[in-house]
Design a protein around this ligand. Structure first.
Ligand code: ADP
Length: 532
């Protein structure tokens, strides 16, 4: 039997199947303790002794016992009272108690014992065999119970470890997914900040690409946000932060941030206040919407230009209609009064000429509109034939002969005898009409010069020059765009489409068109075409 030294025992916490079996013997008589010790001396039990009720209760709570041998006749507290106290403690509640008594009053003992839930009795003088048999029974019970507990604990520990591993795995994979997600947002900045100090605790890596500031600047500059948000948006941004803080709702705001190179970018920022392990924090997502804003702006400008164009176009279409209507009404009057035959020929001819001119203007305007829709839908096609450009120039200028004469405009033409190449004759004449018409419209009735020559690399150069209002430098490229004009619409009629269509036609031929000008002095429109 091992030593009875208490100090060698481990407190009752964790039992392995190999742990020793301890028995608590409670008796105030040393000779009784000795007799029990002697009775089980060759067994493996560890005997722990207590000579008072208080000591027994204390030890029963502190250590794990397979059984308690408790003498009923104890001073101060009797065995039953000690047993009751032992039962009150969680640690010792289920330890089997074997009462030892010198006499047995069956009824009294049974009553007392049943109150405590005691398990057994031994009578003095103790029968060694019975004692050993009983202890063996409880020791076996204890061993089995501990074995089950041990395996249950092992199983429980395995399950807990496995669950912890799974949780860790899920946490790691969630964090990885979150990180991938955050890093995948290339046009937005995910950030976390303290709601009071606005110090950043996290800023997604793409912030550096988007705004050009080092991520470390975001963390170190206590006032990073307001140092870089445009001053005009400070007030609205502060309100948004306050709103997010007070309402707990998502708050969205559009604002500008100055990039490190000074460029201003537009952001749509969503802010929400959320609880984190470290307390409340702002979670923000600032998406770069600069392109969207620019598209929005140009869309608004296009809509404005379209509306403007519609009003100009209606006005332009209406202008020739009024004189045309007057002429048709005059014809109708002559016809109804049977004066059509007797009316003077020159009067009729003037009326007809005016009508034809107005119809021509209408046709030209409608052709321009049709060309615009052809260009937009990409169906404008060339019909290429062998064409003499000199002939084209004469064809077109003959159309303007009367008008030039009427306005007293001198037309100078410098061309070789002929210059033949492969072009779409109709479309080249259309370009010429537009350039000559513009020279007449904007040329202050001063001379117009048309020059045609071939240039190196199989190209030809056509130049239409006038000495009128000229074109300011800033307008020289935009006048070739759709609806673009550089004159007030109250002073000059026009749709702002002629040069745009001319440019499309020249480029379809593989050529280019440009203008050189000195405002209030002269303008020269150059058309360069490949010969073939
Ligand atoms: P429109 O003449 O109907 O306005 P165009 O596309 O032919 O349309 O010309 C676009 C603009 O270019 C004109 O409104 C005018 O401001 C400018 N422009 C064209 N030709 C000349 C020119 N010869 N001299 C001065 N300005 C010109």
């Amino acid at each position: 039997m091992p030593s009875i030294e208490d100090s060698n025992l481990a407190p009752c916490t964790w039992h392995t199947p190999e742990s020793e079996i301890c028995i608590l013997v409670v008796d105030d008589q040393p000779e009784n303790l000795l007799s029990i010790k002697t009775a089980i001396k060759d067994s493996d039990y560890v005997l722990v002794t207590a000579s008072s009720g208080a000591e027994a209760v204390e030890k029963a709570q502190k250590y794990e016992f397979a059984a308690i041998l408790l003498d009923i006749q104890m001073p101060h507290l009797n065995g039953y009272e000690i047993a009751k106290l032992i039962r009150q403690s969680e640690n010792s509640r289920v330890i089997p108690i074997i009462f030892i008594t010198a006499f047995f009053n069956e009824e009294k003992h049974i009553q007392e014992a049943s109150k405590i839930g005691a398990v057994d009795y031994l009578f003095k003088p103790i029968n060694v065999d019975i004692l050993r048999a009983k202890l063996e029974l409880f020791a076996e019970l204890f061993r089995k119970t501990k074995e089950i507990q041990y395996h249950t604990q092992i199983q429980h520990r395995r399950e807990t470890d496995e669950r912890d591993r799974q949780i860790l795995k899920i946490k790691e994979s969630t964090e990885q997914k979150y990180q991938d997600l955050v890093e995948g947002i290339t046009n937005g900045i995910v950030w976390l900040a303290d709601p009071n100090s606005l110090n950043f605790t996290f800023v997604s890596p793409h912030a550096e690409n988007i705004l050009g500031y080092k991520i470390s600047d975001w963390y170190s500059d206590q006032n990073f946000l307001f140092s870089h948000i445009s001053a005009e948006d400070h007030h609205a941004f502060r309100l948004a932060l306050q709103n997010a803080k007070e309402s707990g709702d998502d708050v969205e705001i559009e604002h500008r941030i100055v990039r490190s190179d000074g460029c201003i970018l537009w952001f749509k920022t969503n802010i929400r206040l959320r609880e984190s392990s470290k307390g409340n924090e702002f979670r923000g997502l600032s998406v770069d919407v600069t392109n969207l804003k620019e598209t929005e702006k140009s869309l608004r400008e296009s809509i404005h230009a379209r509306d403007e164009f519609l009003s100009v176009a209606s006005h332009e279409l209406k202008t020739p209609l009024t004189p045309l209507q007057l002429q048709v009404e005059a014809f109708e009057r002559l016809f109804s009064q049977n004066k059509l035959v007797t009316a003077p020929r020159d009067k009729l001819s003037r009326m007809l000429k005016t009508s034809v001119t107005q119809v021509d203007i209408l046709v030209r305007l409608i052709d321009q509109l049709l060309d615009i829709s052809r260009v937009s839908s990409g169906v404008l096609q060339l019909v290429i034939t062998k064409t003499d450009l000199v002939q084209c120039i004469h064809n077109v200028t003959s159309l303007f002969e009367d008008e030039l004469k009427k306005q007293n405009i001198i037309l100078e033409i410098n061309t070789p005898i002929s210059l033949v190449g492969c072009w779409d004759k109709v479309r080249i004449e259309q370009v010429l009409v537009n350039l000559i018409q513009n020279a007449m419209k904007y040329g202050k009735q001063k001379p117009i010069v048309i020059t045609l020559k071939s240039t190196p690399h199989e190209k030809v150069l056509l130049v239409v020059s006038d000495f009128g209002i000229g074109i300011a430098e800033r307008d020289r490229s935009r006048i070739f765009e759709r609806y673009e004009r550089a004159v007030p619409k109250s002073s000059f009629s026009g749709l702002g489409l002629g040069l745009y269509i001319s440019k499309q036609l020249v480029e379809l031929h593989g050529g280019r068109i440009w203008v050189e000008s000195t405002p209030e002095e002269c303008s020269s429109f150059f058309v360069e075409l490949p010969l073939n």
